[in-house]
Design a protein around this ligand. Structure first.
Ligand code: MRU
Length: 355
């Protein structure tokens, strides 16, 4: 059982407790607070695929713990050749979702760590590494939150898209980490949360966690952003990222690209907040990022009710790419890049402790 102090807090979406992994079931929010207990790598892979846990950094943290669970199983069943058998778990976890690079980043880091292990019992060391990944993500978000907030020098309303908050990370949040820090500094008047069809991460998750934190939030349909910007009521668009390519192109929740175009047209600043674990220097540009396509029914139905005629098809790409030229700032824990490009990103990455 989870201690009650851990329940119902946005910062506790991914919890290691009593040798098991507990994932706050984000499909059920905001109505129901339920944790799903995972005791195998396969269970975590299923939870990621089915959106129990989502958001790029949270997926990375969950995958790190999944490797601990998988290694425990392999050690119980195979002893000497556990590392070889673990490759199957790595493959299963890598196939869970294709776009958020934090998943692959965390797998690579755990794989490299395993190669250094010569312990009789590797599990305590593996768990410590997963917990380091988790703690580092929270610390990165707190640092980038402060850096992003420092860019907002006057009280303003902002638009955010999808959920890049505590729920989507190890804790504190990326885009919403900036919002939390800026709100503490007195510079957030209101957050407009795009509802984010079809999974409604904006209305279900962002609105829930901001409301829980006492930050004023107003939900709007995705298509309402243009008219809000035209009224001159918004100073910033602040979003997270699932993968940032080497040239500064930003992949994030479908609809982000449209917001960036609108922001440029209306003179609204566009900020992307993400840890360096989301930067993928091996992917040259946005066109090379694999974009996940999910089931058509996610679009054809709403609240369990079909909203399109039977026999009609649907597209469901769940991410899009915003060209670097439309991004005013990329904010990471290692610094801020204005008008990102390949040279600036590369230079920043060189300064990073994780590079
Ligand atoms: O499909 P999801 O809910 O995993 O998509 C999440 C997003 O697009 C977030 O904006 C992104 O991962 C940034 S999270 C800090």
């Amino acid at each position: 059982m989870l201690p009650t102090s851990l329940i119902a807090h946005p910062d506790h979406a991914v919890v290691w407790h009593d040798n098991q992994l507990y994932l706050l079931d984000q499909r059920e929010l905001p109505h129901t607070i339920t944790f799903i207990m995972c005791n195998s790598g396969a269970a975590v892979a299923t939870a990621i695929r089915d959106m129990v846990v989502r958001g790029a950094p949270a997926i990375g943290v969950a995958v790190a713990y999944a490797v601990v669970l998988a290694a425990r199983e392999r050690l119980l069943n195979t002893t000497n050749d556990w590392r070889e058998h673990l490759n199957e778990d790595f493959a299963l976890l890598a196939a869970a979702r294709p776009t958020a690079v934090n998943l692959f980043w965390a797998l690579k880091r755990m794989r490299e760590f395993i190669a250094t292990l010569d312990h009789v019992d590797p599990l305590p060391a593996l768990l410590a590494e997963a917990q380091r990944i988790h703690a580092e993500d929270i610390a990165a978000n707190q640092t980038l939150g402060a850096l992003g907030a420092a860019l907002i020098d006057t009280p303003t309303a902002i638009i955010t898209h999808c959920n890049a908050g505590a729920l989507a990370t190890g804790g504190y949040g990326t885009a919403l980490g900036v919002v939390r820090s800026a709100f503490a500094a007195g510079n957030i008047r209101c957050v407009y949360a795009d509802e984010t069809r079809p999974w409604l991460q904006g209305s279900r998750l962002t609105a829930w966690e901001l409301h829980e934190s006492g930050i004023p939030v107003t939900v709007q349909a995705d298509v309402a952003a243009a008219s809000l910007m035209a009224r001159g009521d918004v100073g910033w668009v602040i979003v997270g990222a699932d993968r940032i390519a080497a040239n500064g192109d930003v992949c994030n929740k479908i609809g982000t690209y449209g917001l960036a175009i609108l922001a440029r047209h209306h003179g609204v600043k566009f900020m992307v907040a993400a840890p360096l674990s989301t930067v993928d220097l091996d992917t040259p540009n946005g066109a090379a990022i694999p974009i996940e396509e999910r089931a058509a029914d996610e679009v054809l139905c709403c609240g369990g009710q079909r909203v399109a005629p039977a026999g009609v098809a649907a597209r469901n790409p769940v991410f899009d790419v915003t060209p670097a030229a439309l991004v005013d700032y990329i904010v990471t824990e290692c610094g801020v890049i204005a008008q990102p490009d390949a040279a600036k990103l590369h230079a920043l990455y060189q300064t990073a402790p994780i590079a």
